[in-house]
Design a protein around this ligand. Structure first.
Ligand SMILES: Nc1ncnc2c1ncn2[C@@H]1O[C@H](COP(=O)(O)OP(=O)(O)O)[C@@H](O)[C@H]1O
Ligand SMILES: [Mg+2]
Length: 243
């Protein structure tokens, strides 16, 4: 469902932020992307969200390819990618409900359907009935839950979270990771970029490690066993990483 093959990104001539990345992620997988600051984590997420085009190689998401995607298909694709940010990026002058409903309004989703979907997303992140609150009335952890509700509301192919716990306290960090993992268990692939390695270890997640733009580890073994992670389903992964 996500398929990255020899993808590289050169922002400026001769300076590759990402080199020769190859891996795939299945539906329902929870994957942590880690590595020091400047390693290329955000760049990789931008390629996966089609915000940036790879300079070399290819990124595929469902039936879309970075090589062939048409500009007019972009808005549709974007809506099916749930982004979660370090600084939450909520609209401060709109209620929690409106923040979550924003994407659906853009798609012209019917009124009844919209209400049901927003309520369901808020319940899924543990904020049922908080739709009328304004973002500033919420704690940081709660604001990030709203960010996650916004990311899941349009039934995304994948959730891409870039340092989602960077602005949160230690105890809240774990809650956010737990929530993202729970969301992946319901079938959406989740990729979380974080420079915090300890959390990844604790969650026994499959971990991709980036260093200076190279994927140096794709540790499937770190993840808890699951039939979806059997080598037969991922014939590409290990060999490509070593290649
Ligand atoms: N838009 C850009 N233009 C030029 N260089 C960039 C741009 N974005 C990131 N870089 C460079 O690419 C490298 C990887 O950055 P980034 O993907 O943000 O890493 P990380 O998220 O792991 O900290 C860094 O050297 C950074 O300076
Ligand atoms: Mg980053």
């Amino acid at each position: 469902m996500i398929f990255v093959s020899n993808a590289g990104k050169e922002y400026r001539r001769g300076r590759w932020a990402l080199r020769d990345a190859s891996f795939s992620i299945e539906k329902g997988e929870f994957v942590v992307l880690t590595g020091p600051s400047g390693a290329g984590k955000t760049t990789l997420l931008k390629l996966l969200s089609f915000e940036e085009k790879p300079t070399s190689g290819e990124v595929r998401l469902e039936s879309f390819s970075s090589r062939t995607i048409q500009r007019r298909k972009m808005p549709y694709l974007r809506r099916r990618i749930g982004l979660v940010f370090q600084d939450f990026r909520l609209l401060r002058d709109r209620s929690v409900f409106e923040n979550v409903a924003f994407v659906l309004r853009a798609t012209g989703s019917g009124r009844a359907g919209l209400h049901r979907r927003v309520s369901r997303a808020l319940a899924a992140v543990g904020l049922p009935g908080r739709g009328n609150a304004m973002p500033d009335e919420l704690s940081g952890g709660e604001q990030q839950r709203v960010g996650i509700a916004r990311a899941i509301v349009a039934d995304p192919f994948v959730i891409l979270a870039d340092e989602p716990t960077g602005n949160l306290d230690e105890a809240i960090k774990k809650e956010v990771f737990r929530l993202l993992k729970k969301i992946s268990a319901s079938g959406t692939a989740v990729l979380v970029a974080t420079h915090d390695v300890t959390v990844a270890k604790e969650f026994r997640a499959r971990t991709l490690v980036l260093d200076k733009g190279k994927i140096v580890t794709d540790d499937v073994r770190a993840a808890s066993p699951s039939p979806a992670r059997s080598p037969a389903v991922h014939p590409m992964r290990r060999s490509e990483v070593r290649a």
